[in-house]
Design a protein around this ligand. Structure first.
Ligand SMILES: Nc1nc2c(ncn2[C@@H]2O[C@H](COP(=O)(O)OP(=O)(O)OP(=O)(O)O)[C@@H](O)[C@H]2O)c(=O)[nH]1
Ligand SMILES: [Mg+2]
Length: 225
């Protein structure tokens, strides 16, 4: 007697559909306040928090941040020390944020009554897991920093295929590293036909104001302006 062929059950499906429902509820909250919301994704250490500190110098009180890390409040502490409204989610082991944890952070921040114009959700440092989880954001953006190497886009197609913005960061290091920015943009364009690229340095501030202007213009479009 032959044993029946085992049926494949995709256990990620119910998790993702529950997440999608909660993401839709977050999206409705974002629509109510008119804030532009970004899901910021990259490898650990590529410069997400440093860029947010630099953006805070340009955007002032228009910027708020939800931080995601496996452990510690370090990133939110850094941002608050530079005067940016921030709340920290500690995932206690999970390699990505989910819509439910973001909803909790929105409550803590009293986001619905808040004047935030740009809300950035800094995801857990990881180029794989965060790409599958909708948080209700308007746009995913990925950082790729020069020290990581210019071959990464095609190795991590799920995220680079879904982004609205590609930030090539730590551009101040270009004279010291072999990094072909055009290759990165070309390979991203082979996966994605709707992203914009910015080259910037959070350290020198190069490109940061231009990027912030773009975000404010995107927010104005949401408001029909
Ligand atoms: N040269 C240079 N260094 C940078 C730049 N941005 C960040 N760094 C450095 O990169 C390191 C990591 O920066 P973080 O901002 O903590 O990186 P992160 O992506 O937030 O890291 P995780 O939250 O751990 O994922 C720090 O030592 C920063 O000083 C930059 O534009 N140029
Ligand atoms: Mg960080």
């Amino acid at each position: 007697m032959t044993s029946p062929t085992p049926k494949k059950v995709d256990i990620t499906k119910p998790v993702l559909s529950k997440n999608d429902a909660l993401a839709a509820s977050n999206r409705a909250r974002f629509a109510n306040t008119g804030a532009l919301v970004l899901n910021m994704i990259s490898s650990p250490g590529s410069g997400k928090t440093t860029l947010l500190e630099s953006m805070g110098r340009v955007l002032g009180g228009r910027l708020a941040v939800i931080e995601g890390d496996v452990r510690t409040q370090r990133d939110a502490d850094r941002l608050r020390a530079s005067g940016i409204r921030a709340d920290q989610i500690e995932t206690e082991g999970a390699c990505h944020l989910n819509a439910q944890r973001v909803a909790g952070a929105l409550d803590v921040m009293r986001f619905d009554d808040d004047p935030t114009e740009i809300l950035v959700i800094e995801n857990v440092g990881n180029l794989v897991c965060p790409s599958s989880f909708d948080l209700g954001e308007h746009m995913k953006l990925a950082l790729l920093s020069l020290p990581e190497g210019d071959d990464k886009v095609l190795k991590y197609p799920a995220i680079f295929g879904r982004i609205g913005v590609l930030l090539v960061t730590k551009i101040d290091l270009l004279p010291h590293l072999d990094f072909d920015v055009d290759r990165v943009v070309r390979e991203c364009a082979s996966l994605n036909d709707h992203f914009k690229t910015f080259r910037l340095s959070a350290k020198t501030g190069e490109g940061v104001a231009t990027f912030c202007d773009f975000l404010l213009a995107e927010r104005a479009k949401l408001a029909g302006g």
